[in-house]
Ligand binder design. Sequence first.
Ligand code: ZN
Length: 221
Amino acid sequence: MTDYQHHWKDGTAVRLPLGKIVCIGRNYAEHARELNNPIPDTPLLFIKPATAAVHLTRPLVLPQNRGTVHFETELAVLIGVPLTNASEKEAQRAILGYGLALDLTLRDVQNQLKEKGQPWERAKGFDGACPLSPFIAAERLKNADHLTFSLDIDGHRQQTGNTADMLNPILPLIAHISEHFTLMPGDVVLTGTPHGVGPLTSGQKLTLQLDDALFIETHVA
Ligand code: ZN
């Protein structure tokens, strides 16, 4: 069970429910290559349920005895109004805030599912599979198309991303998603991970940074 609630950086609650988290796989070419995956011609979409969300600022509790858990550091976009078949302009107006997320992935389970051609929910939808940071109001981040973000583990840089390197940039991605799933206020879009993914283990200290706007320290329980 989760008691997750969206928050702003100043600690106040965002008064919107979290319905779903829509994610894209392979949105950075170098990450697709590191896992030997082809780059899809249409965006590879999947959904994490609201029950996957937890606060990134709290100790991360990993599933036990289900194989390797990988971190994937991603820019998270908080949606503020309903979007169906949205234009990029409508997508732009619908963005309420930006934050960081870990798309936690049971990599061994995912590899087995891929082999069998089965969906990924068991690997990516478990309780705690989506640690989310507090959000920064969209109007305070004007450069969303070239934002840098990073993850350090125990003081070593593991991942550096720049939203300029996305194969499907934020606005076309949200517009595309809204052709397939209506996005509701409080829903979150995860925009894919850059290269450098790897396993998490108990006791690791994680530091995440989004531009000069967000700085989060957490650890694996
Ligand atoms: Zn991901």
